[in-house]
Write a protein that binds this ligand. Structure first.
Ligand SMILES: Nc1ncnc2c1ncn2[C@@H]1O[C@H](COP(=O)(O)OP(=O)(O)O)[C@@H](O)[C@H]1O
Ligand SMILES: [Mg+2]
Length: 231
């Protein structure tokens, strides 16, 4: 559903992504783990067209979206839930969701989103700035879902959340998979990734160095953690 081949990205003279390959099957959750600063956010931004790639190709479904600007990538069915959530602090919950709307006929209209996220329904008239971290994360996901995506890119959604809220988030992510959304989950923290992913990948210094099923990952976890993930 989402396929990246040989993705290269530079920030000025810094060569950040150095040939990233990733093939994400439809309706599955692919997790990319990696230490701080290896290029995970850069990869997500490059898929979205927010950062211009200097080499490689990106396909969504059968369509080559390499080099497309963000609005066209979004229209092709890719939704982005950024690191840090980037909720509009002065807009209400409802207004924040409406920012993500792309037109009528979404499989995820407002009413369905408020059923899926009862805490957002309760806080519908509250401003973004008044929400807890967990509520902001759910709102960021709702804002992405309302655009009716085929593929959702989640950048470190568990960041700063209490374990109980992370478990709630895992439930939401699994439900999205059941509804057929293909998910790229980028995480620095293994817990959520391990709990939901169908495939785990590890990035080191702008390259993918490891790919495994959850079962294999669990069996190798101690070695993998020491080798690729701990500081
Ligand atoms: N806008 C930018 N300009 C220059 N360097 C950047 C920029 N954004 C990130 N970097 C650098 O690119 C590298 C990868 O960053 P990032 O993709 O944010 O990593 P991760 O998400 O894995 O923590 C880091 O060394 C970071 O300092
Ligand atoms: Mg990041």
């Amino acid at each position: 559903m989402l396929r990246i081949e040989g993705m290269n990205t530079h920030y000025g003279a810094s060569h950040i992504l150095q040939g990233v390959d990733l093939d994400m099957p439809q309706g599955r959750i692919s997790a990319v783990l990696g230490r701080n600063g290896v290029g995970k956010t850069t990869m997500v931004k490059t898929i979205m067209g927010l950062v211009v790639l200097s080499g490689g190709r990106v396909h969504v479904g059968g369509t080559d979206i390499t080099g497309w600007p963000p609005h066209r990538v979004a229209r092709e069915g890719v939704a982005y839930v950024p690191e840090g959530r980037l909720i509009f602090p002065d807009l209400t919950v409802i207004e924040n969701i409406k920012v993500g709307e792309r037109g009528p006929g979404s499989a995820w209209p407002l009413a369905r989103l408020l059923d899926l996220f009862p805490s957002l329904r309760e806080r519908a008239a509250s401003r973004g700035s008044q929400l807890s971290g967990g509520e902001q994360q759910m709102l960021a996901i709702a804002r992405a879902l309302v655009s009716d995506p085929k593929v959702m890119l989640l950048d470190e959604p568990s960041q700063g959340l209490a374990p109980l809220v992370v478990r709630e988030l895992a439930g939401v992510i699994r439900l999205l998979r059941e509804e057929g959304v293909t998910i790229l989950l980028v995480e620095q923290n293994m817990k959520l990734a391990e709990a939901v992913a169908d495939e785990l990948h590890i990035m080191v210094k702008g390259r993918m160095v490891y790919r495994a099923s959850p079962a294999v990952f669990r069996a190798e976890e101690e070695t993998i953690r020491a080798r690729f993930l701990t500081v």
